[in-house]
Design a protein around this ligand. Sequence first.
Ligand code: HEC
Ligand code: HEC
Ligand code: HEC
Ligand code: HEC
Ligand code: HEC
Length: 363
Amino acid sequence: MIRHLVFVFLILAVPPAVSAKTPPPFTAAATCGACHADHYGNWKNSLHALSYANPIFQAAYQKAYAETSGKAAQFCLPCHAPTVRLTGDYGAKDEITREGITCDFCHSVADVKNGAFTLKTGDVKRSALKDSAPKEHGAAYGEAFATARLCSGCHDFTNRLGTKVGNTYEEWTKSQYRTDGVQCQHCHMTAMPGKTARENGRDSIHDHSLGHSMEQMLGAVRVETKEPVWMNGAVLADVLLVNAGAGHAIPTGTPARTLVLEVHALDASGKVVEVKKKMYRKRILNNKGEEMLTDGDAFLYGKKVSSDNRLLPGESRLETFRFTVRPKDIVKIAAEAYLSYQPVVITKTEMKIPLFSATVNVK
Ligand code: HEC
Ligand code: HEC
Ligand code: HEC
Ligand code: HEC
Ligand code: HEC
């Protein structure tokens, strides 16, 4: 009964011109999914679909929201729940807002220039297909869908203090991949078996999970251990690290990611004699010179990039490690590269993603 009264009150309170004539600008993903089941299945478990709802973002967002008396909504949601750009639902009351980077946001992009989206919502959906003529809705070719430009609107983030927090797109623009015409989609949205639409569809779709296969990850970094040498009572081991497969720096994106090169010196029984580690990352400081260790803090307070030794696309780097603890016992050198990611949910947790390992005998 009370709910009924509230309902009636709401209808009366909303100016009829707005409520009656303005259709919701974006359609729910599940509606698209009724015909585009394979795209929907891919997308549903992607980080794009979870960009608003996932607990890592929520933890950071709620902290930022509290610290900025709510201003963080205007700041974070245009990328993490981008439909707010038209709906203005900064309180995230509508279901569509919580769908994060949803089908109809991307497929309503008419163009992207200098990080700004031009959105045209409605019947016409755009993609990189040039010959699609569905009777179910309008369709058009959108050049941005075939290029990195589509991704640039969100994957290039300089914060309000002018600090480059996550600039994957810019890293790509300076790489050979751009010169060679290799777009983000060529690595992150590869063709796979699937139906473009349930009825009248064709048999190949582009992967919408926007992750990367383990295969791709494992090819991204290559590690080579050169033959170690004896010198002045120590074992010197040269290790070559190559960014062989990413179209941007490794690590890229938010600053909570670190690439670690760990080199173990082993004795004849396989026991570790000594361990050396080298970290590759971007360090971001606030205006007091304190390091910003979480994504949210870097986005809000990052004032300056104090150092950045990440591996650029295509770059090879030779590192020398010196083992001095029990050099005579060392018979093997084993090197391993992995990505370390420390997101904050309730407490800080570390995730380790192995990328490459190699072992070599000491002569
Ligand atoms: C009633 C079924 C149906 C629904 C609902 C539907 N589509 Fe489609 N759509 C199709 C069919 C059929 C095609 C043609 C597929 C082809 O050409 O291979 C198509 C094609 C497309 C294309 C490619 C067209 C082009 O020229 O770029 C896009 C993008 C697209 N749909 C997006 C969407 C989005 C986003 C939604 C939800 C807002 C949606 N569709 C809802 C049936 C549907
Ligand atoms: C509207 C903004 C937006 C657009 C457009 C967009 N992304 Fe994203 N993307 C995000 C956000 C936000 C996340 C992080 C989601 C999370 O983890 O909470 C993300 C996550 C990703 C990830 C996963 C990162 C990981 O940690 O595994 C990849 C890969 C990715 N995007 C690639 C792309 C590519 C390629 C394009 C262009 C075709 C693109 N994105 C377009 C905002 C966007
Ligand atoms: C991050 C932006 C983004 C989101 C979110 C997204 N798409 Fe796409 N979609 C693309 C891009 C880019 C292409 C073109 C890929 C290419 O040709 O390399 C595409 C292509 C398509 C096509 C044409 C057929 C194909 O696979 O190339 C359809 C249909 C489609 N998407 C439907 C959907 C549906 C349905 C959803 C939600 C369940 C969705 N998309 C979510 C960016 C997006
Ligand atoms: C030549 C292939 C290639 C191209 C081109 C490429 N990427 Fe990647 N990308 C990768 C590989 C491999 C990884 C995994 C290694 C890593 O995490 O750094 C990755 C990782 C990422 C990640 C981080 C995911 C994570 O879990 O750490 C994001 C975000 C991303 N790419 C977005 C993009 C965007 C946006 C573009 C275009 C501007 C792009 N990529 C172009 C291959 C590519
Ligand atoms: C310009 C677009 C943009 C804005 C604005 C933005 N983000 Fe993000 N955010 C991204 C992208 C893209 C990713 C994921 C890919 C990457 O690592 O770069 C991401 C990833 C994250 C992650 C890691 C999520 C995960 O699943 O690991 C957190 C946490 C986060 N953002 C919090 C925030 C907060 C809090 C704000 C506002 C203070 C914010 N972001 C503003 C684009 C943005």
